[in-house]
Design a protein around this ligand. Sequence first.
Ligand code: FES
Length: 145
Amino acid sequence: MLYSEKVMEHFAAPHNVGEIENADGIGEVGNEKCGDIMKMYLKINAGIIEDVKFKTFGCGAAIATSSIATEMIKGKSIEEALKLSNKAVVESLEGLPPAKIHCSVLAEQAVKTAIADYYRRQGVDPVPIVGVIQDHCDGQCTIDN
Ligand code: FES
């Protein structure tokens, strides 16, 4: 089987799908190779991610990675959410086929981009906190579609 049960679960019934009205931070990222787009909405209160929702126009793995990423950061502090790596996302999904690793990169980027947007709205430069959001995946990502 190409996909783990966990991936199939999150693909079939993704968690936290939708939008948040009056979100405190919104991050939209896309992969230009496959054309998939992921949009993440955050509700942040006193440094805690109280709510998170996403909309993904993309492949099944992108939907599963967004779903599990929202689960992993909900209720966490911004600092913890910033530590979410695509590797952690893949591990929680019990693996992804190599050609689908880049989908998990999109999830990490969407979270970071939404947090950067949150800081920008507060008038804070996000770069020293969030860093420069990379649009590639350090060579561990195989994009073949
Ligand atoms: Fe593009 Fe998965 S995010 S193929």
